[in-house]
Design a binder for this molecule. Structure first.
Ligand code: NAP
Length: 312
């Protein structure tokens, strides 16, 4: 326990990678007297009960929201509006309502109109994740030293914002505040476009005619393998990200296509100088990420090779 609990009751609606990690971390840090959760399917709810990392598992979103001081929607972005409508009449006065969605403009637009006056809406996005999902995939350390971006609408009670900031800091995150529009633009380049590129390249390799699929898998350590990790991310979550952050992604994609054309031209013309200059610049960005502690300098995204099982 790290001091007195910040909340009497926290409700986590959705218990996958993010909801499950918040539950584990908040419990470990003693940030709530009670943690209540629910998930869409009876199967997930039963599994959460077995895991024993929350105090109560309830059947409905409304039941979870009832009497909770902090309600966090940990579900796909596309489901947030409907769930906000469902819980609206069950929220306690003064409660903080938040989410963890990877897109913020759409979440604000879909959720805000349903929430009653007297409830504080502070959307959030922890910029931390893995390619795994489901109730078993979460872990308490997921947010340590990762950024969590809060996008409170104008006029939000500053005390509510501060309370949520302290909560995320309590589970290890560093917190920054920005507008939903700016968030969506930043994440379009740092997260959404990289996922789109990974999904594209892995799909392209899958459909090649001159190279067999077994060759693609066998020689994947040449670079392809690292894209497959990103392209293994949850299809529902990522479908929703591209449907809801359309404008910012299309804008970044336009810039990306122009830059790809420049590199294509350099290759076609045999312009080694242009290629060398470009690759030198990008290498420096990788060093910068390591320097600010957002990744390890170890090869393979820091995964030790001993973890790989030997296959025939
Ligand atoms: P996840 O592991 O797939 O878990 C999703 C949870 O939401 C499950 O408990 C699921 O219930 C529930 N759910 C799904 N559809 C629902 C619906 N229509 N109504 C109510 N509940 C529903 O997903 P996750 O990775 O934790 O992602 C959750 C949110 O976090 C997403 O908005 C995503 O954008 C955001 N996020 C993800 C990452 C990441 O790397 N994964 C990082 C930062 C933020 P069942 O199990 O019963 O289906």
């Amino acid at each position: 326990m790290s001091g007195p609990a910040q909340f009497d009751r926290i409700a986590l609606i959705g218990f996958g990678l993010i909801g499950g990690s918040i539950a584990r971390a908040a419990r470990e840090q003693g940030l709530a007297k009670e943690i209540v959760t629910t998930a869409r399917s009876a199967k997930t709810r039963a599994r959460v009960m077995q895991l024993g990392v929350v105090d109560r598992v309830v059947e409905t979103n409304a039941e979870a929201a009832e009497g909770s001081d902090l309600v966090i929607l940990c579900i796909p972005v596309g489901a947030c509006g409907a769930v906000a409508a469902e819980i609206a009449g069950h929220l306690k006065g003064g409660a903080i309502v938040s989410d963890v969605g990877s897109v913020k403009g759409a979440v604000v637009k879909e959720m805000a109109p349903h929430l009653p006056a007297g409830v504080h809406f502070v959307p959030a996005h922890p910029v931390a994740g893995t390619e795994h999902s489901g109730p078993d995939s979460g872990f308490a350390e997921l947010f340590i030293n990762r950024w969590c971006i809060l996008t409170p609408p104008e006029g939000t009670n500053p005390r509510a914002v501060e309370k949520l900031r302290a909560f995320w800091a309590g589970i290890g995150a560093r917190v920054e505040i920005m507008t939903p529009e700016h968030h969506d633009m930043v994440l379009a380049i740092t997260s959404h476009l990289p996922h789109l590129i990974a999904y594209t390249i892995v799909g392209t390799a899958d459909e090649l005619e001159g190279v067999t699929q077994s060759e693609v898998l066998k020689f994947s350590a040449g670079g392809f393998r690292d894209f497959t990790r990103i392209a293994a991310s949850d299809p529902i979550m990522w479908r929703d990200v591209f449907l809801t952050n359309k404008e910012a992604v299309l804008e970044m994609l336009g810039t990306f296509n122009e830059d790809l054309s420049k590199l294509t031209r350099a290759i076609r013309r045999g312009d080694g100088e242009a290629l060398f200059e470009h690759f030198t610049r990008t290498r420096a960005i990788r060093r910068g990420i390591v320097e600010i502690g957002q990744d390890s300098a170890a090869a393979d995204f820091g995964r030790p090779h001993e973890q790989l099982e030997k296959k025939p």
